[in-house]
Write a new protein. Structure first.
Length: 247
């Protein structure tokens, strides 16, 4: 299986951070193909940046559309998830969607801990779109962005652990998601400091992505394909994709 690990922001080091963890937890036969957005924000931390990232995600996917078996949208917040599902002929897994669905399994209450305060309302809205709002105990955001946490993870561990404990003890979460590429690999480093299970968003998404092709074959796949669309001033591969060349 070739898994497109698609980060729609422009921070290649965050892409590689997440891809390294993906390779560690993926099955031996899964090839992780990392790709980074070619334009837009270095780190997505606002609605404007997320809107641009939707375009960047489509643009990054387009040249790989004939050569991958599944797409993992590696941004917690999943910008472009439903648009990708319209145009892709392979399953598309969102990192936030996969993590939230896993966390909510069995009717559990869950919380999200991530970097960047603007993500709070954005993620609450996203969870509502998934139909899981009643199970969301809280979204706790930290002042440093995910990119800043990734740059010095050791300095953030105590604060991350404290936020996770508060989510469990004050908000009633039965499980807590550490969301975002910048937090990849940190769940294991703080797990012993928190009384409830932690979910690493990259690990969760890889597991769902590896199972996605068989689920798609059973009829649980993409949205109905979009109608062919003429376009102007897009990259050649994205223009071809929108025109109906989907492989």
């Amino acid at each position: 299986m070739r898994l497109l690990f698609l980060n729609p922001n422009t921070s290649a080091h965050l892409t590689e951070l997440g891809a390294q963890l993906a390779r560690q937890v993926a099955r031996p036969e899964t090839e992780i193909v990392p790709v980074t957005g070619q334009f837009g924000a270095r780190y997505i931390s606002s609605r404007a940046a997320a809107a641009i990232a939707q375009h960047a995600a489509l643009d990054a996917f387009a040249p790989h559309r004939h050569r991958v078996d599944v797409v993992l949208l590696a941004c917690f917040g999943d910008p472009g998830l439903f648009a990708l599902r319209e145009v892709a002929q392979v399953p598309v897994v969102g990192m936030a969607e996969a993590s939230c669905q896993l966390a909510a399994s069995g009717g559990r209450k869950f919380s999200i801990v991530t970097g960047g305060h603007r993500w709070g309302p954005m993620l609450r809205e996203f969870v509502a779109v998934l139909g899981l709002a009643s199970q969301l105990a809280s979204v706790r955001t930290m002042a440093p962005s995910g990119a800043e946490i990734a740059a010095d993870p050791a300095a953030a561990l105590a604060a991350l652990a404290a936020a996770c404990r508060a989510a469990a003890e004050e908000d009633g979460a039965a499980v807590v998601i550490l969301g975002g590429l910048g937090l990849a690999g940190l769940a294991d480093r703080i797990a012993e400091r928190v009384s409830v299970p932690l979910i690493d968003s990259v690990v969760a998404a890889v597991a769902v992505a590896e199972a996605a092709p068989s689920h798609a074959a059973a009829g649980k796949g993409s949205l109905a394909p979009a109608e062919p669309t003429e376009s102007t001033a897009l990259s050649a591969s994205l223009a071809a994709l929108l025109a109906g060349d989907r492989g």
